[in-house]
Design a binder for this molecule. Structure first.
Ligand SMILES: NC(=O)c1ccc[n+]([C@@H]2O[C@H](COP(=O)([O-])OP(=O)(O)OC[C@H]3O[C@@H](n4cnc5c(N)ncnc54)[C@H](OP(=O)(O)O)[C@@H]3O)[C@@H](O)[C@H]2O)c1
Length: 268
């Protein structure tokens, strides 16, 4: 896709990966509309983008709330005149043992990481079809490709999002709307502020600018997937397919340290 002039809606565009994506897409001439729940954080993000000379709008709201999703669609059409790209980026996580995770926390992850992207995509599809060069970008997670202990609820939601995107890409093939799924590894954003997991546990934080540069490359190349981590990650995913017991054994050794490192990891 040629990004210049494209009308792009980014959920969770006020922080982290979403904000950096807005910045890099703005640099390529995109017209931007961002959403997030905290109006002050959103307004500051929009102001920074405008100061860089980009067209940026903010519509605050919670994507898990039906009226807020309707409001977002209505204002996207009003402010941008239509939509060429929807980035389903808003997300949340709560780590910890499944028995220690509340029903409310599990529902919150399924709502923001899986159900809201599905519903927003459904509601934005008429606009994306009208574009003639429509794109849906789903920000999943490396955990969608390989389950990690103490992230079972998050893995369920992000794994579901990845498979949703694959099925929808095939459903829309030849109809002017493409779908790309992104699988970031641990990325240095506010979402990771409450985890103590480190590189020795497989959580080396990647700079957000590098992660987003890969996403932009994938968008421009009409990729199906954006996978981070290079050959080492590819080898681990391969091992997980061919010898999952070997991966289980690695995690068995890591479990005690990992459990205490991620016990407080919460960003919902
Ligand atoms: N950081 C990582 O290591 C990593 C790795 C893999 C995948 N991801 C995924 O990447 C995406 C972005 O995460 P990030 O690391 O950039 O996190 P972040 O810095 O915490 O940003 C999350 C953004 O989503 C917004 N948001 C959260 N819940 C929302 C809701 N219900 N409605 C509307 N907006 C909402 C937040 O704004 P408000 O709080 O104001 O609503 C914020 O703008 C997420 O889907 C995450 O799961 C992150």
């Amino acid at each position: 896709m040629n990004i210049s002039g494209k009308r792009i809606v980014i959920t969770g565009g006020s922080s982290g990966i979403g904000f950096e994506l807005a910045r890099q897409l703005g640099g390529k001439g995109a017209r931007l509309l961002l959403t997030g729940r905290r109006p002050n954080v959103l307004a500051a993000a929009v102001d920074r983008l405008k100061a860089d000379g980009f067209e940026a709008h903010g519509v605050s709201g919670d994507v898990t709330v039906p009226a807020a999703r309707a409001h977002l669609l209505e204002h996207s059409i009003k402010l941008l005149g239509g939509v060429d790209m929807l980035v389903n980026n808003a997300g949340g996580v709560r780590a910890g043992r499944l028995e220690d995770t509340t029903e409310a926390e599990l529902r919150a992850m399924i709502e923001v990481d899986l159900l809201s992207p599905i519903l927003l995509t459904r509601d934005f599809l008429p606009e994306l079809r009208r574009s003639g060069d429509g794109l849906i970008v789903n920000i999943a997670s490396g955990i969608a490709q390989m389950g990690i202990p103490f992230y079972s609820g998050y893995a369920a939601a992000k794994g579901g999002l990845a498979r949703f995107g694959e099925a929808l890409r095939r459903e829309l093939k030849g109809e002017g709307v493409h779908v790309v799924t992104v699988f970031p590894g641990a990325t240095d954003t506010p979402m990771m502020a409450t985890t103590k997991a480190d590189a020795s546990m497989g959580f080396a934080l990647q700079p957000v600018a590098d992660v987003v540069a890969s996403i932009v490359d994938g968008i421009e190349a009409d990729a199906f997937e954006v996978v981070r981590g290079g050959p080492a990650r590819a080898a681990l995913l391969d091992l997980n397919r061919t010898d999952p017991a070997a991966v289980d054994a690695r995690f068995l050794a890591l479990k005690p340290g990992l459990e205490s490192a991620v016990r407080d990891h919460s960003a919902l």
